[in-house]
Design a protein around this ligand. Structure first.
Ligand code: ATP
Ligand code: MG
Length: 587
């Protein structure tokens, strides 16, 4: 393991962080400044287009020939796109849409793996002022059809094989879907009623100029992970890019010469806000890996591609932990200077593992599909308190509130008191609607507060600590217990890889705490281990909070975006209907 002296003297870490002092940055910040910092020409303008800001404005300047995107194919192929090329190709896609008669405000869905065409189409559709939804390609036919219907999909970009397997049989049901553009990946003839995307792009050579776009026009429709129930369609507008960029600068510390790798699929909001728009708008070089997770492959990418900033998720970190620190140390990643994680609570154990494996701590940050961008983060310049999500970003006012019976929210000023995490409305990437669910949208707000549905507390130093989703909280003998605290305590045990904790109805205590535990490879499941874990948890947490039941399992159900599906653990435990499992990762 690198010593602390080595870490401190890594040349890359000597560069000053973009956010040097959190308090001063908060005092100086305004969203008007953030706009100006993104592009001086935006000052006072009501209109701008996300994709123009992401690629076109680099296409004729000093970044024209800079590598924008390095694509690593599943089977070893590689494709490099410089900024001018990406701008050009995406304009061709916008031209294709125009030639097909697809107009501003119409919905374009993208269903494919992380192929270069995905990035080109997303940017091109934005230039055409369409609303874009990238869908995770592993979805089955039903979730695809439901989302296409809910989002009024008029255009679908997909691959021939995905189309044949997942869409063709549903096509008649999708009355609004007019154009299917295929990235051909087999030698057969095109299926009926489809078009060949590559030929269309080749033919679309007349230049396209992006019309003046209203910054408040809908741009992206993302579906939530479905962790608490049916996924919601969350609408964002072009202006969101101001927040994507400002937050990527401050929370991910992205700088001009970074090689940046966001491992999230664009089918989830992280893979679009921070896997496409923010890094491109900041003019950095991004890595796109087509393949699924594989620890050895990931270490090799970090090393060979000289990744300097890496944005990933706790589930991936835990999978890498599974192969131990020796696998990490077998690779040399001197360029890696900043690691961040989002999506689920990052257990203190994982923060420390980062130090052991890479000589770098992992910086947790918190946000949601609805917030469109990072809201709370551990910044590079700040001391990390392992297990905390960090502090609100400059420009973001967070609070711990209590919902009152009349629908309003009361701010809890006292530190270390649990309540619902709320954000003061008004940041540019705040969602503007839940598609087809106006009432649900309205209910997310109490006066000026957006209520997040997550419980948290703030300590005396202003750090926020995630407690749990309101839906996952456990009421036991008058205590309100957050699963994260119990899961993290279990993970401190050397035999535990991960844990999922639920409340189980109990006549005596209301709900009793039950833990499902996955052991680390090499530890054999036995009654002794189980008892040892129960005793260990009781010592750490006290009898009131520690699990009363503990089951050793091979894996935990999780969403395809990597979140533990506690509601499914609970439903299965209690023999209840499983509910919406469209985002469940296949076993
Ligand atoms: P649904 O809303 O459909 O139930 P979801 O909330 O999981 O799904 P996302 O928007 O993808 O959908 O996830 C946001 C949620 O993920 C947050 O509200 C929070 O519960 C959790 N989350 C994200 N980042 C963190 C983090 N750093 N620490 C703790 N929880 C996090
Ligand atoms: Mg949610």
């Amino acid at each position: 393991m690198a010593s602390f002296a080595e870490i401190i003297h890594k040349p890359e870490t000597v560069r000053p962080p973009n956010l040097e002092d959190h308090r001063l940055a908060c005092a100086a910040f305004s969203w008007a400044h953030a706009r100006h910092a993104l592009d001086e020409s935006l000052e006072g303008k009501a209109g701008f287009n996300m994709a123009t800001l992401a690629v076109d404005r680099h296409a004729h300047g000093p970044r024209a020939a800079k590598l924008a995107l390095r694509w690593l194919g599943k089977s070893g192929a590689r494709r490099d796109l410089v900024y001018a090329e990406l701008a050009h190709l995406s304009s061709r896609f916008a031209r294709v849409l125009e030639d097909l008669g697809v107009n501003a405000g119409e919905h374009v869905f993208l269903l494919c793996g992380r192929l270069p065409e995905l990035y080109v189409s997303l940017l091109g559709a934005l230039k055409r002022e369409c609303v874009v939804t990238p869908l995770f390609s592993a979805f089955g036919p039903e979730p695809i059809a439901t989302r296409l219907s809910l989002g009024h999909g008029r255009v679908l970009v997909t691959t021939t094989s995905l189309y044949r397997r997942k869409v063709q049989a549903m096509r008649a049901r999708l009355s609004e879907l007019q154009h299917v553009l295929l990235i051909t990946d087999d030698d057969g003839p095109l299926p009926p009623d489809t078009l060949d995307l590559r030929s269309l792009l080749d033919a679309a050579f007349t230049p396209y100029s992006v019309p003046p776009t209203d910054a408040q026009a809908p741009a992206l429709l993302h579906f939530t992970s479905g962790t608490t129930g049916q996924p919601k369609g969350v609408m964002h507008v072009h202006e969101a890019i101001v927040a994507h960029v400002a937050t990527a600068r401050m929370a991910l510390d992205l700088q001009d010469d970074d090689v940046y790798w966001c491992t999230a699929d664009p089918g989830w909001v992280t893979g679009t806000s921070y896997g496409i728009l923010a890094p491109l708008a900041l003019g950095v070089t991004m890595i796109v890996d087509e393949a699924d997770f594989d620890a050895e492959r990931w270490y090799t990418i970090l090393e060979e591609q000289r990744v300097s900033v890496w944005y990933t998720a706790p589930t991936a970190v835990r999978m890498m932990m599974r192969s131990g620190t020796s696998a990490a140390r077998a690779h040399h990643c001197p360029c890696l200077r900043f690691i961040a994680s989002v999506g689920e609570p990052l257990n203190p154990q994982a923060v420390r593992w980062g130090l052991e494996a890479f000589g770098l701590p992992i910086h947790d940050n918190w946000w949601q599909t609805e917030t469109g961008g990072i809201m709370i983060a551990n910044f590079r310049s700040m001391d990390i308190k392992p297990g905390s999500m960090g502090k609100p970003l400059p420009g973001i006012t967070a609070a711990i509130v209590e919902r009152l019976a009349d629908g309003s929210a009361r701010e809890i000023q006292q530190s270390d008191t649990e309540g619902e995490l709320a954000l003061r409305r008004g940041w540019p990437s705040m969602f503007r609607a839940y598609m087809g669910e106006d009432e649900r949208y309205r209910k997310c707000f109490a006066g000026d507060w957006y209520l997040t549905g997550d419980r948290a507390r703030r300590d005396a130093d202003g750090y926020y600590w995630f407690v749990g989703r309101i839906d996952d909280m456990i009421k036991s003998s008058g205590h309100l217990i957050g699963p994260f605290e119990v899961e993290s305590a279990l993970m401190e045990h050397p035999a535990v890889l991960e844990a999922g904790v639920i409340g189980k109805p109990d006549p005596l205590v209301g709900e009793l705490v039950k833990a499902f535990v996955v052991l680390r490879p090499g530890t054999k499941a036995s009654e002794d281990v189980r008892r040892d874990l129960l005793g260990f948890a009781r010592k750490r947490l006290g009898a009131a909070v520690a699990p009363k039941e503990l089951e050793l399992v091979d894996m935990l159900p999780r969403t395809r975006s990597g979140k533990i599906l506690r509601r499914l653990l609970r439903a299965r435990e209690l023999g209840l209907p499983e509910g919406d499992i469209s985002t469940l990762e296949a076993a």
